[in-house]
Design a protein. Structure first.
Lengths: 88, 566
């Protein structure tokens, strides 16, 4: 492990992470703005709307993470669960 | 001469030779047998080219078509690259089992009748179980037994269906059917068990991650994809498969999101990806079946690639839990890059193989006017990026610094990963070259500006969602219960309850019998017992006076005589 952040790998330095985030936001913005020029063919009307892919992608991920979280409360067990069942 | 031999047998002979050969000879067989098989695969002409008598049936072990050759090609290729990945590290019996397993898969590809299909199907079940056992841990042994039970059960169900079809139609031919009678349902269920379809999906994520780093690479490729091929051959356009597929897609995403073990994340995403293929077979149009076949081909490559990169991590660090890993990109650049290429491919990022194959399936849903399926597939594509595309590389190679500084992959593992990474990119960048090998002629165009933009939005914003929701996805030292809980725990509990109840009832009955015997003994002692003196004798054991006795005899004889005359 490195003592000072600037000794660590480039990717792990806080300054580069800040830079990568800025670049990521820029690319995100670009993919949405590009829809002004490039027409997205909608097979079912709504999927041709402006920024539909972005909103749909984000929201479905949000929904899936929340559903997984909720199911996790019911389904998650300690990693030794089955061994303990066998011993019981 | 060699071209008359079914390709599966070439690989099987290779598998048999691996054991007795040593050193360079073994390595030579390991690398040459799959390549020879690959060559033989491409010599198989269309139609049935071999008919043999077998137990009074006539079987057709060699029937070719573009679809069959496509699957056999990727299986042979997989055996080669898997062999390259494994040959310096795996034990000989794991390698031999891997090749025998692959030969079973190739045998299924060219099976012209249901008996041949069944025989190779069981060959796969047998040797894949051995590979699970090669994990070598007690957990691997137990998982292998559960795996074997599931697949033998699937095999029995499949066989019931095959026998039913033969009895009712007199034909063993492999031809498209629908799930419209008992026999066909049995065949469908038998195949779906191998495809890890619900409710029996749990075996896959249970067994695969317990195998060795090299074994999981073999396991990831064959069983589920031969099931997809069998579905394409036997049940194209069976509507129920659409929803079975959609369920598998969602199941894979949710369980992978909950999972902590890196290889188990990949196992769940096999179910997810096979779901796309099963759904496509259900849609059943030419484009959809092309999509299913193409996606199976691409999937084997990038999934093996992902398991290879995870395997290198397990091989070098002995760890596979996300909570123990992280920051490995510093010392494992090659493994990281290959893992990322695999992850981008599974997420169907443009310029990777996933994009050019999976988008055919979405397109088929759109062409068929299936709005719900189309939007679910789009949401699932976002979800795949979330659960495998980012989650796997992020937690293994980046996230925190775990302090681990393992060496990068050994040369042969690195070479195997580079070959498959290159194939992921080639199929992604030059899809038309690949499309000509698909079962149906197609003029499908993968890259249209609008479509690429739509998927970029979808995927990049899922990426945003991942990083914003990271606090919600904190890794925990947990496993997730699945349907197999029903027999691993619930059935066991019911069984022990019945055992306890019956042993308690048994104890009661035994006690009751003992009481009865004691009471009978007491009764007989009271009435028949012989004591020391007259007073302690039982009622029926007392002695009578001679006079009383003769008087009673006289009375009896008189009564008898009276009765005689009357």
């Amino acid at each position: 492990m490195s003592e000072r952040p600037e000794d660590d790998a480039w990717l792990a330095r806080p300054s580069s992470i800040r830079l990568l985030w800025r670049a990521f936001w820029a690319v995100l913005a670009l993919t949405v703005i590009a829809q002004v020029v490039i027409k997205v063919k909608g097979y079912f009307v709504v999927d041709g709307w402006f920024a539909f892919g972005a909103v749909f992608g984000f929201l479905s991920c949000l929904l899936m993470v929340l559903v997984a979280k909720w199911l996790g409360y019911m389904l998650k067990r300690d990693q030794e669960y089955y061994q303990e069942q066998d011993d019981a | 001469m060699l071209s008359l031999l079914p390709p599966a047998f070439i690989l099987l002979i290779g598998a048999i030779l691996i054991g007795p050969l040593k050193g360079h000879w073994r390595s030579a067989v390991l690398l040459a047998a799959p390549l020879l098989t690959l060559w033989a695969v491409w010599q198989v002409p269309d139609g049935v080219s071999l008919t043999l008598p077998f137990l009074g049936y006539s079987i057709e072990p060699l029937e070719g078509s573009a679809l069959r050759r496509l699957f056999a090609t990727i299986f042979a290729l997989m055996a080669f690259v898997g062999g390259l990945y494994a040959f310096r590290h795996a034990r000989w019996y794991e390698l031999a089992s891997g090749y025998a397993y692959a030969s079973g898969a190739i045998g299924v590809c060219f099976a012209g009748d249901l008996i041949t299909l069944f025989l190779f199907w069981e060959l796969m079940a047998l040797f894949s179980t051995v590979i699970v056992w090669c994990g070598g841990t007690p957990a691997a042994r137990a998982a292998g037994i559960r795996y074997a039970i599931m697949h033998l059960l699937g095999g029995v169900i499949l066989k019931v269906g095959i026998e039913g079809v033969y009895i009712h139609t007199g034909s063993l031919e492999i031809r498209p059917m629908l799930a419209d009678n008992f026999d066909h349902w049995m065949i469908l269920i038998g195949i779906l068990i191998n495809a890890a379809a619900p409710p029996l999906s749990a075996w896959l994520a249970d067994a695969y991650p317990e195998s060795s780093p090299t074994g999981s690479v073999f396991l990831s490729a064959f069983t589920t994809k031969t099931a997809v091929l069998a579905l394409i051959l036997l049940f194209p356009g069976e509507p129920i498969l659409i929803w079975v597929g959609v369920y598998m897609i969602m199941y894979g995403i949710i369980y992978a999101l909950l999972e902590n073990d890196a290889r188990r994340i990949l196992a769940y995403s096999i179910v997810n990806q096979v779901g796309f293929m099963v759904c496509a077979v259900g849609i059943g149009t030419e484009l959809a079946l092309n999509g299913a076949a193409a996606h199976a081909f691409a999937h084997i490559i990038y999934k093996a690639l992902l398991f290879m990169s995870a395997g290198v991590v397990v091989y070098r660090t002995g760890k596979s839990k996300c909570t123990d890993l992280g920051g490995l990109f510093r010392t494992m650049p090659l493994t990281t890059i290959c893992g990322i290429i695999g992850a981008l491919s599974i997420s169907s990022f443009p310029l990777t193989s996933g994009f050019t194959t999976k988008s055919m399936i979405s397109q088929a849903a759109a062409d068929g006017g299936m709005a719900t399926v189309y939007f679910l597939l789009a949401a699932a594509s976002a979800g795949v990026f979330l659960h495998a595309g980012i989650k796997f590389p992020w937690f293994v190679f980046f996230q925190k610094d775990s302090g681990l500084r393992p060496k990068d992959a050994p040369w042969n593992m690195g070479a195997a990963m580079v070959i498959f990474s290159a194939l992921c990119l080639l199929i992604g960048i030059f899809p038309e070259t690949f499309y000509q090998f698909l079962p149906y002629q197609t003029d499908y165009v993968a890259y249209k500006a609008g479509k690429v933009l739509f998927y970029l939005q979808l995927l990049l914003f899922s990426g945003l969602a991942f990083f914003l929701l990271l606090p919600l996805m904190k890794r925990t030292l947990t496993i997730s219960l699945d349907v197999d809980w029903l027999w691993r725990v619930a059935a066991f509990r019911v069984g022990s309850a019945i055992y306890n109840a019956s042993s308690m009832a048994g104890r009661d009955i035994e006690q009751g019998l003992r009481d009865l015997v004691a009471r009978l003994r007491e009764f007989s002692r009271r009435h028949l017992g012989v004591g020391k003196d007259e007073a302690s004798r039982g009622l029926l054991a007392r002695s009578w006076l001679i006079g009383t006795t003769s008087l009673w005899i006289a009375v009896l004889l008189t009564a008898y005589m009276v009765a005689y005359f009357v």
